[in-house]
Design a binder for this molecule. Structure first.
Ligand code: NAP
Length: 336
């Protein structure tokens, strides 16, 4: 079977098509014919060697994908042949908070990922996708959507809250959709006026161009009459954290998710302490969060935002490079 793998070293030039023997599922396992995958910023970080020597090469790439169960081993009852499913990003993480050992089995990083014609997975480590989703739509969910969902759940987001989402990538647009469905008001930041308009069309009530208004945290307070946000979806990291701390209300939450502008930040500790701010790290989430999110998606009939750029598997290098350019809107998907 064909796979897309990183072999012989770090860097996009080491990404290519490879061959592996297909195996039959053993007891408790299923074979999945993969139909679509989606890209995350972490895939670019991994290819560049940013996760350090996490396991050995070659490594089959990507954590996020969806496919059809084509065979089931003895004792499998969670899913059936013919079901459209997604593998979860950390197969051992079924419930509860993150534990160190879950990091040893992160798909596409510490173990082989999903960019293959066919994979074999533990039936416990997959979920049935929303009933109204295609494979391409389902492939957007495992990392970005679950992270956005958990950020909102951990902050206890409810109707009437004010949520700030940064940029218009995968995590942030899912956060926008979920927050709106929960009845929250959403303010989006973006580097692009056109993207801000698209985010408004999706239900965001306000948009701030963070390049034109570098002090967007202060601006958000002004625009909201000094109220401040209940939750900031913080994906920018070093350069955005100071503004996030300005934007959030006393007692509010900054969900620490990404490090797009750098991973070492200066922290205004006095403000954090005196305002009683909650800095809540979010690391994707367990299977039961994924399933709760799927129920919510079905209940609210939501659909993911997929960028119009189309790539085929042989164009994988260009697709991974594109995620670093930041021109996309929503998720980059490759149909297999
Ligand atoms: N903790 C976790 O479990 C977890 C899970 C998923 C992702 N992440 C991390 O979260 C971040 C976002 O992931 P993603 O998959 O959503 O990425 P993505 O789809 O590549 O989105 C990136 C978008 O963020 C915006 N952006 C870039 N630099 C920015 C900056 N300095 N300030 C504000 N916005 C900026 C840009 O939007 P505009 O073009 O609109 O400006 C860009 O398109 C990454 O760092 C990723 O590694 C973490």
């Amino acid at each position: 079977m064909e796979v897309v793998e990183l072999k012989d070293g770090w860097g996009l030039e080491h990404v290519g098509i490879g061959e592996r023997d297909a195996r039959q599922p053993g007891p408790g396992e299923v074979a999945i014919e993969m139909r679509a995958v989606s890209l995350n910023y972490r895939d670019l970080v991994f290819v560049r060697g940013g996760y350090g020597p996490s396991g050995t090469l070659p490594r089959i790439l990507l954590s996020d994908g969806a496919g059809v169960v084509v065979a089931a081993g003895a004792g499998v009852s969670r899913v059936a042949v013919g079901d459209l499913v997604c593998p979860i990003t950390s197969p051992a993480w079924l419930t509860g908070p993150i534990r160190e050992q879950y990091r040893d089995s992160m798909l596409g990083i510490s173990v082989d990922g999903v960019m293959a014609d066919r994979i074999v997975a533990n039936a416990e480590a997959i979920v049935r996708v929303p009933k109204h989703f295609s494979a391409a739509e389902a492939a957007t969910l495992p990392c970005a959507a679950v992270t956005a969902w958990n950020a909102l759940v951990m902050a206890g987001t409810k109707s009437g809250d004010l949520v700030v989402t940064q940029g218009t990538g995968g995590v942030s647009l899912f956060a926008l959709q979920f927050a709106r469905a929960l009845g929250a008001t959403v303010v989006v930041t973006s580097s692009s006026e056109e993207k801000l308009q698209r985010a408004r069309a999706m239900g965001a009530q306000l948009g701030i161009n963070y390049q034109r208004v570098p002090e967007w945290g202060k601006e958000l307070r002004r625009l909201t009459g000094g109220r401040g946000a209940d939750l900031v979806i913080e994906v920018g990291g070093a350069q955005t954290l100071p503004q996030s701390l300005r934007a959030v209300r006393a007692g509010g939450t900054v969900a620490l998710i990404g490090v797009l502008s750098g991973g070492v930040a200066e922290l205004e500790l006095g403000r954090v302490v005196t305002q009683g701010l909650r800095l809540q790290a979010v690391t994707i989430g367990p299977r039961d969060s994924f399933e709760a999110m799927i129920a919510f998606i079905e209940q609210h009939n939501l659909k993911p935002v997929i960028d119009e750029r189309q790539f085929s598997p042989p164009e994988i290098r260009a697709a991974i490079a594109t995620i670093g350019e930041g021109r996309h809107f929503g998720k980059l998907v490759i149909e297999l």
